[in-house]
Design a protein around this ligand. Structure first.
Ligand SMILES: Cc1cc2nc3c(=O)[nH]c(=O)nc-3n(C[C@H](O)[C@H](O)[C@H](O)COP(=O)(O)OP(=O)(O)OC[C@H]3O[C@@H](n4cnc5c(N)ncnc54)[C@H](O)[C@@H]3O)c2cc1C
Length: 442
């Protein structure tokens, strides 16, 4: 196995080092709140010698990239990143944590290098946005002024979408679609399950955060069961009939996982509700008794996007494809999973790439310049087993006010590749995670 482990990306520094750095970072921020441009004063006017002030909400793949890149691009800009957590927990590779193939510490990243680059970091949650006054309210009552706001809060589960599945139910039937406590809860439940038990997974309809990761999760849970609890099985109830890299996944399932039953929507897989007391999951055709249930519910943009008025009736945020400026709220740009922009995938890879595009656009806009028309590449790796990976790549460009995929420019792993090729792709997946996390947080 090319497995992750203590020597992998996030673990270049130990978890203790990350935590210590986070504490220092908090102190640095406490000093920085006075000295690094975070103020309660009225917004300074441009053209009066003050530097444009950009506030970024959310320190995940999109927001942390945007804040750091913006400051590196133009050190004169006054950039503030608002993020409630001192440590960021990454979702990519968290399926391996669930399957017991990787430790959580490899998923943890601190913000000290970003603040070292001159970004003021505020460890608070943003609780409101006044787009008229151009202020952001924080959980501690402080208000920050901005000239441009970048919203990157990721996605939230819709707890009103699947009957019986609310926030309390998620403590019994974890979604684990935000990495952290939920990831570890699901892992512990799998470990505690008797051999011979049934795991039920529920997968929603599109759009949601990183759809391929839900099939990767099914694969790695099946791997865990096969190797640790061989009399157990996994039932996957899916609100879809087709999905990305489907043949690659299905071939791997046929080869490795007779214990995995995928029930697509056309075979009655559409999930209709859960009962946490009875530990049952219902679909169009059946009710399944679960020993462990992993419910991935429908999703929407992080709540603050809604509060800012940037989310539409779909729950996601429409944007201009060149600048990522909200179509609903001026001077507010939306990044990462929260965006709905044609073909742009909800992936960490795309969040990182488009955050740079948006940062470059914002740097120009605050100087009164015109942003250039962008393009970007997305590449999504998936693991069907620890040493068995494949990927899909696409190139994207704006067209008629939307992002579209450039025909013929992308590619997908070959269907009939030898095992060494799959093993190589699993290594590339690791390499990608190392590179992106060290670019953003390292
Ligand atoms: C199991 C799993 C596996 C995945 N694997 C891959 C993969 O292999 N490759 C890939 O490219 N993508 C993968 N993804 C998708 C990837 O994790 C997301 O697309 C990516 O995290 C999106 O980045 P983001 O910055 O929009 O959101 P996030 O990374 O979730 O960051 C959002 C941040 O905003 C903060 N925030 C939220 N609300 C507020 C507020 N009110 N105030 C301040 N801060 C706030 C949060 O605390 C968080 O830090 C995976 C996802 C999952 C669930």
């Amino acid at each position: 196995m090319t497995k992750s482990g203590p020597s992998r990306p996030g673990s270049a520094r130990s978890a203790d080092a990350v935590l210590t750095a986070a504490r220092l970072n908090r102190r640095r921020f406490a000093a920085g709140i006075a000295g690094a441009g975070v103020s309660l004063l009225p917004r300074r006017l441009l053209g009066q010698g003050a530097q444009p002030r950009v506030v970024v909400i959310g320190g995940g793949f999109a927001g942390a990239t945007a804040a750091r890149f913006l400051k590196q691009m133009d050190p004169r800009l006054d950039v503030t990143l608002i993020e409630p957590n001192a440590i960021f927990t990454a979702c990519p590779f968290s399926n391996e944590v669930i399957a017991g193939l990787r430790e959580m510490r490899a998923q943890l990243f601190g913000y000290d290098r970003i603040s070292g680059d001159g970004v003021a970091i505020v460890h608070q949650a943003a609780t409101g946005v006044d787009s008229q006054a151009r202020t952001v309210a924080l959980g501690n009552g402080v208000k920050l002024n901005y000239d441009r706001l970048m919203l990157a809060p990721g996605s939230d589960p819709r707890f009103d979408a699947l009957p019986g599945y609310d926030e309390a139910a998620a403590e019994r039937m974890p979604h684990a679609w935000k990495a952290g406590a939920q990831t570890l809860l699901l892992r512990r439940q799998l470990e505690a399950m008797e051999d011979g038990g049934t795991v039920v997974m529920v997968l929603p309809a599109l759009p949601y955060r990183c759809p391929p990761a839900s099939y990767e999760r099914a694969s790695l849970i099946a791997y865990y069961l096969k190797t640790k609890k061989p009399r157990s099985k996994l039932v996957v109830l899916d609100a879809k009939d087709t999905f990305s890299m489907q043949r690659l996944f299905e071939n791997a399932w046929k080869e490795f996982y007779p214990n995995l039953e995928w029930v697509p929507v056309s075979s009655g897989g559409n999930p209709t509700g859960v009962d946490v007391t009875a530990m049952t999951v219902s679909s169009d055709f059946d009710t399944y008794k679960a020993d462990v249930a992993n419910i991935i519910p429908p999703q929407k943009a992080g709540r603050i996007a809604e509060l800012a008025g940037a989310a539409d009736r779909t729950g996601w945020c429409p944007v201009d494809p060149v600048t990522f400026e909200s179509r609903l709220v001026p001077n507010v740009h939306v990044l990462g999973d929260a965006v709905i922009a044609g073909a742009v995938p909800k992936s960490a890879f795309a969040a990182n790439a488009t955050a740079k595009i948006c940062a470059a656009a914002v740097a120009k806009l605050v100087r009164g310049e015109v942003p250039a028309e962008p393009k970007f590449v997305n590449n999504c790796y998936s693991l069907a087993a620890p040493d068995y990976g494949f990927s899909v790549a696409g190139v994207y460009q704006p067209m008629n006010g939307q992002w579209v995929e450039v025909e013929g420019a992308g590619g997908i792993s070959p269907i009939d590749a030898p095992r060494a090729f799959r093993s190589q792709e699993a290594k590339f997946a690791n390499g990608w995670f190392n590179t992106i996390t060290s670019e953003i947080f390292g």
